[in-house]
Unconditional design. Structure first.
Length: 216
C-alpha cells in the first residue's frame, strides 16, 4: 500500500509530508459529540485525558453495552457533524502545497462522512468490530502505536515529515517526525512537553507548516 501511494506522488512535493491528527484538529471530538447527544457525561473522556488507548476503548464499550447503544446510534450523531470552522479551507490550502496524510485513532465507520466534507485526504485509522445488530463488540487497531510507525515508515521511504496533533496519542508521532507541533493541546500536555511548540489556530499551524516546507 505504501509503495503504491508513494509511486503516485509527484516530484514537486520534494518528498515532504504533513501528518495530522483528525479529531480536535480538523473535526470535533466524536465521542464528546456523542456524549452531548446521549447525555452520558462519562463519554467525554478522550485521548486528551487518557494516554492508554486500550483502557479508554474498554471504558467506552462498557458504557455502550450497559446503555444498550450501538454503532448506528453513534453514526446518527456523526451524520449531523461538520469539520471545525476553517478546517475545510485549511485542508484545501495545505493539500495545494504538499501531501497530507491523516493519522488517526478514530474508526473508518466514524470517519467516512467527515472525510467526504474534507475532500477525502488520505486517512490511516482503526476499525470497529460489530455484531450483525450493530453492537460494538471490540476494536481492531491498524497496528499498535500506528501513528509513530507510520511516520517512521514514511521516513524510511526518504520523506521528511511534519506531524501535529492535540493529544497524548499524538506525541510519539510528533517526536518520531522530529518536526512538528501541538495544536490546541490541553495544559497538562503542554506543560509536560515544553520542547514541542503549541499553536492555537490554523494560521499558527500553517505558519509551522510553511517553515517546514521552506526549511526554516
Amino acid at each position: 500500500m505504501l509503495v503504491h501511494f508513494f509511486h503516485k506522488m509527484t516530484y514537486t512535493t520534494c518528498m515532504k509530508l504533513i501528518c495530522l491528527d483528525l479529531e480536535g484538529v480538523l473535526v470535533p471530538e466524536i465521542w464528546i459529540a456523542f456524549s452531548e447527544a446521549s447525555g452520558i457525561e462519562e463519554l467525554r473522556r478522550t485521548t486528551r485525558d487518557e494516554p492508554d488507548y486500550d483502557k479508554l476503548m474498554a471504558f467506552r464499550l462498557g458504557i455502550l453495552s450497559r446503555k444498550g447503544l450501538k454503532l448506528p446510534d453513534i453514526q446518527k450523531v456523526i451524520a449531523g457533524m461538520s469539520p471545525l470552522p476553517g478546517a475545510v479551507e485549511f485542508t484545501a490550502t495545505l493539500r495545494a502545497k504538499t501531501q497530507l496524510i491523516i493519522l488517526s485513532d478514530t474508526f473508518e465507520q466514524f470517519a467516512r462522512p467527515l472525510m467526504r466534507q474534507l475532500g477525502y485526504p488520505v486517512l490511516f485509522c482503526n476499525t470497529l468490530v460489530t455484531a450483525d445488530d450493530g453492537t460494538v463488540v471490540s476494536w481492531k487497531l491498524r497496528q499498535r502505536n500506528g501513528k509513530k510507525k507510520a511516520v517512521r515508515a514514511f521516513k524510511s521511504c526518504g520523506c521528511e515529515v511534519f506531524a501535529a496533533g492535540d493529544s497524548f496519542n499524538d506525541l510519539a508521532m510528533i517526536e518520531e517526525a522530529g518536526k512538528g507541533c501541538l495544536y490546541r493541546a490541553p495544559p497538562a500536555i503542554i506543560d509536560a512537553y515544553p520542547h514541542i511548540p503549541c499553536v492555537e489556530n490554523y494560521g499558527g499551524l500553517m505558519g509551522q507548516v510553511d517553515a517546514f516546507l521552506e526549511n526554516r
